[in-house]
Design a protein around this ligand. Structure first.
Ligand code: PGA
Length: 305
């Protein structure tokens, strides 16, 4: 491995990620034969094939996968080193990778504005996804910080409670239940319901409550987006359960109302999570501290709490 260059590792990482020499060449502004030669030399230095080709796509061999994990470690350590040097120079600079649960997208982008203004050298990438996919990203150590609604059971993590995330029953303003002051949970029996997709934490929480109370709703539609569910509820397709934060902008003034159903809201909390053993970069630590201090103040000022 002594002859391996940093450039070859970079080319390898992009080829592995894009699954093709041609696409890697495009991303790196190189020619396809250059990428191919670099990968031949790297394979020779490793002494085992790194890729296998099935159809037009390249797949990693076991040796290739090991090398990819090693490259990712090296690049992450280097980027942390860069951030530490910037910090020593009195600057906060670098990349912050966040992945947050779908409901937190109503809050976290609001916090990023003042944060990025305070630290203009920090670039942020924000992934918004459901509970199951956050856990996968956490397991694969893809991001700096994660904001799920539930602390993961079987992954060893640092977990700090962040904000409340109550799940409420939503209906269209014209729904017959919207006129009732208090609704016993049994009234949900047989109601047309719009449900989130499998893998959603909201769905798990709703199914658990309904199962515990022996309530059988009628799932009329399954949708993978909170915004689409709001539209379907407003369009009279049925009721649903979503985070109260999903109404952040319009409140209850629009076509949606929150029903006062027994057993609701389901109390959930967002957490700030990162894997045990992970050393937070300077930039990630700065955002973590910001969330716990100035971030909460910003939310209170914008009336999102
Ligand atoms: P979900 O999670 O997007 O997986 O439903 C929402 C939440 O638990 O806040």
């Amino acid at each position: 491995m002594k002859q391996v260059t940093f450039h070859q590792l970079k080319v390898f990482e992009v080829t592995a990620r894009r699954g093709s020499f041609t696409r890697a060449a495009e991303e790196l502004f190189l020619t396809q034969p250059t990428v191919s030669i670099q990968m031949k030399q790297l394979t020779k230095a490793v002494g085992l094939p790194l890729f296998e080709q099935v159809g037009k796509r390249l797949f990693l061999t076991q040796a290739g996968q090991e090398l990819l994990n090693t490259c990712q470690d090296i690049f992450e350590r280097l980027s942390q080193f860069e951030m530490t040097i910037s910090d020593l120079q009195g600057l906060k600079r670098g990349q912050l990778k966040l992945s947050v649960i779908t409901t937190a997208k109503y809050v976290i982008p609001r916090l990023l504005g003042p944060f990025c203004e305070q630290y203009p050298g920090i670039d942020v990438s924000l992934i918004v996804t459901n509970h199951e996919s956050i856990l996968e990203r956490l397991r694969d150590n893809l991001d700096d910080l994660y904001i799920p609604s539930q602390s993961p059971d079987n992954i060893d993590v640092h977990c700090h409670s962040f904000l409340d995330n109550p799940l409420v029953v939503l209906a269209s303003r014209n729904h017959p239940l919207a006129r009732e002051k208090f609704i016993p949970i049994e009234r949900l029996n047989g109601q047309a319901f719009i449900m989130r997709e499998p893998g959603s934490g909201t769905r798990q929480a709703v199914e658990k409550l309904l199962h515990d109370r022996d309530i059988a709703i009628r799932v009329r539609l399954e949708l993978g987006s909170n915004e689409a569910i709001k539209q379907a509820v407003a369009g009279g397709l049925g009721i649903s359960v979503l985070s109260r934060h999903c109404l952040a902008l319009e409140g209850e003034t629009g076509q949606l109302v929150i029903l006062n159903v027994e057993g609701f809201p389901i109390e959930r909390h967002w957490h700030i999570v990162y894997p045990k053993g992970k050393q937070l970069s300077v930039v990630a630590r700065t955002f973590f501290d910001y969330l716990q201090t100035d971030g909460k103040r910003v939310l209170a000022e914008t009336a999102l709490l």
